[in-house]
Design a protein around this ligand. Structure first.
Ligand code: I6G
Length: 691
């Protein structure tokens, strides 16, 4: 067993690269480092560094070896296709080696790939390419003889894999017997075994509930599930396989495979194997560029992780002519997405105070390019998260930024910790107003105790008050709130209504027209609804829906302000915790002053009259929305239905009066059908809304 520390002892980081003079020294160091990472990844299931870092070191080694071919040895990691075969399983020899793919990282490199193919085939004619997402899973090979699944194996080192037949047989989407007819007598099928995101989340939730560690990501979970020695455990894991190419083919009594790659995949599908539904054939390399763009946009909405797009020359005869270079085909490449995980250094931790006083540790990072943007801050959430990560200031950390999700620290590279690493100390006074901080038992969050009199909390409260779903004050964004507060013009939301044009126009970058527009927008927001007003107050745990329920139930602000806990508990959506937050909010004298002042400055709303509500066309109807709506977002549809008096809920039950089912509706539709509930499609919804 390799000692954890040793892999980093040998690390040729920037410092040592300049010290080590000879290429041989650098090559030896890189090989040792990569072998250690391979061991941690493939054997221990405990990746130490992000894939991007691993790929960079491999590229560095390939480049050094190609400049010094006399130094290439058969045991160099560059001479393998995959990783180290697992020792716990029998080894199997693939009938045809499982190859790897070359990567490109930008459009220029992709165009170069196409140009190299043209040069090699000595033609100007465009080629068709088959395009499909590169799933982030584990490559596997299935051997079928006379249509029967004989063996399933991991890639291993490309020539020798691990026999995981028993585990493979538990994956429902892999047929034990091919459907139809005409399959070659012996056939190796290659593809990716992966865990869809939903299954991964559910698995990790279960692990968490049982006090277990859980997996780092879906690929890790797929790998861990496949290498279970007890196939009954694998059978409980939500694994899928998507097939993407053939290995050995012995046609024998069967029929030859089609001559186009995409047709082969369709044939697989007809035999009962899953292929990727996003697979498409494009006419030329520009089609590949467009496909990449299209899928990059769709990536977050897919139900599984992908890390790039694979492009293959569609014509198998051309593939044959193009052949291979080293162990990768010349006729295919993977256009990788920018890495979603990268390493960087945690330079410092600062503490931010939010609207409800929550004190959040924010990591200040050495800027790093990850997920397509440069990231220099990440949230550390709370003290529990800091303890879970065991992170210290000065540590090298792995940052993840996927899609539009806020960047987060996912792990610490412990082997890189130095003696200078410092503990993260949580403040015992508010970093903004110096009031005492409190941590309520059972909560993970520490809070400033000063409430609205803390400048940080009041700023956030004003931002919330002005936001779209609250008072929707046109032109009053977060930056302007900061500017007004920093200039001492506003201390809480009531001050917005006392702003003086001359003071506003004197602000930096503020024109006369903008100042007038701002004051008009503030004035216009005085006319509102009780529900919006309550939401805008920013009471803890009172979101839009609860604010609406409170308004409907109490009908008048003063009734709510004086309601006791028992009365609050009568309201839909209000449980003991929410009731307590509402009580505490209205008992606080600062808050009382603010609410009364807002009414004094003229905020008003139409009286909620029970009879007028009952007159609404959908009054009393319980409606559920499901599936995708083309003409409007689900939240817009919800708002419109509510305006007509309906109660829109999230799940189908006997109490549901109507289900609106958009495209690709799933289990809610089935349940509604089972319960005999009235169902409308999008056209029906439009009629209902009269749009
Ligand atoms: O690793 C891979 C992922 C996806 C592949 C691959 C693929 O096609 C969609 N195709 C080949 C031919 C190889 N690796 C070698």
């Amino acid at each position: 067993m390799v000692e954890q520390k040793s892999m980093f002892d040998a690390e040729p980081d920037q410092g040592s690269e300049t010290i080590s003079s000879s290429a041989l020294e650098q090559i030896v160091l890189l090989r040792k480092q990569i072998e250690n990472w391979n061991y941690d990844y493939y054997v221990m299931d405990a990746p130490q560094v992000p894939d991007a870092e691993y790929d960079r070191k491999i590229q560095q080694l390939i480049s050094l070896e190609s400049q010094n071919p006399e130094l290439i040895t058969s045991d160099s990691p560059t001479q393998r296709v995959g990783g180290t075969p697992l020792s716990a399983f029998d080894q199997v020899q693939h009938e045809m080696p499982m190859l790897s793919l070359d990567n490109v990282f930008d459009e220029t490199q992709l165009l170069d790939f196409d140009r190299r193919i043209h040069d090699r085939l000595n033609t100007d004619q465009a080629f068709e390419y088959a395009c499909e997402p590169k799933l982030d899973g584990i490559a596997a090979s299935l051997l079928y003889e006379n249509g029967i699944l004989i063996r399933g194996a991991t890639r291993g080192d490309g020539s020798t894999g691990e026999n995981i037949t028993q585990n493979i047989r538990t994956i429902q989407s892999i047929p034990l017997k091919l459907r139809g007819s005409g399959w070659p007598q012996r056939l190796e099928i290659r593809g990716e075994i992966y865990m869809p995101r939903a299954g991964f989340n559910a698995l990790n939730e279960k692990a968490k509930a049982a006090g277990e560690k859980g997996f780092m990501n879906p690929r890790n979970a797929a790998a861990g599930s496949l290498r279970q020695l007890d196939a009954r455990i694998t059978a409980t894991r939500p694994l899928e396989m998507c097939c993407y190419s053939v290995g050995m083919v012995e046609v024998g009594t069967g029929e030859p495979l089609p001559e186009k790659h995409a047709e082969v995949l369709k044939q697989f599908n007809a035999w009962g194997l899953r292929i990727n539904p996003e697979m498409a054939v494009v006419k030329n390399i520009q089609g590949c560029v467009d496909y990449y763009q299209m899928l990059a946009e769709k990536r977050d909405s897919l139900s599984y992780d992908i890390d790039g797009i694979v492009f293959k020359v569609n014509d198998l005869k051309l593939q044959l002519r193009l052949g291979f270079v080293a162990k990768a085909p010349r006729w295919a490449t993977a256009h990788k997405f920018p890495a979603q995980e990268e390493m960087t250094v945690l330079n410092d931790v600062e503490f931010q105070v939010g609207r409800t006083g929550a004190i959040t540790p924010v990591a200040r990072l050495e800027p790093v390019f990850v997920g397509g943007v440069t990231v220099s801050n990440a949230t550390l959430h709370n003290a529990d998260e800091v303890a879970r990560l065991q992170v210290k200031i000065g540590d090298t950390v792995v940052i993840r930024r996927a899609g539009d999700v806020i960047p987060k620290i996912v792990s610490v590279v412990m082997a890189k910790r130095t003696n200078f690493a410092r503990d993260i100390i949580f403040p015992d006074t508010c970093p903004v107003c110096s009031a005492a901080v409190e941590r309520i038992e059972g909560e993970v969050i520490t809070r400033c105790s000063a409430g609205i009199s803390c400048p940080a909390q009041s700023k956030q409260a004003i931002k919330h008050f002005a936001s779209r779903k609250a008072m929707d004050i046109d032109g009053l964004g977060d930056k302007l709130v900061d500017q007004l507060a920093d200039a001492g013009l506003i201390k809480n939301m009531t001050d917005l209504f006392c702003l003086d044009w001359k003071e506003v126009v004197a602000l930096e970058r503020m024109g006369q027209k903008s100042a007038s527009n701002l004051l008009s927008a503030i004035n216009a927001c005085k006319q509102t609804t009780l529900a919006r007003f309550l939401y805008a107050l920013g009471i803890r745990e009172v979101g839009e829906a609860t604010a609406k329920s409170l308004a409907e139930y109490f009908k008048e602000l003063s009734a709510l302000m004086h309601a006791d806990e028992a009365a609050l508990l009568e309201v839909d959506d209000v449980g003991p915790i929410v009731a307590q937050h509402i009580r505490l909010f209205f008992q606080n004298t600062d808050n009382q002053l603010i609410v009364n002042k807002l009414v004094e400055v003229g905020m008003h709303w139409p009286a909620i009259d029970a009879s007028s509500e009952l007159a609404l066309p959908l009054a009393g109807k319980v409606i559920v929305l499901t599936g995708n709506l083309e003409s409007m977002g689900r939240s817009e549809a919800k708002e419109q239905l509510q305006r007509l008096g309906a109660k829109v809920t999230g799940s189908v039950s006997k109490k549901t009066d109507l289900l609106i089912a958009g495209a690709a509706a799933g289990s809610k539709l089935t349940k509604a059908q089972d319960l005999g509930i009235e169902i409308l499609d999008e056209e029906g919804l439009k009629v209902l809304l009269n749009v």
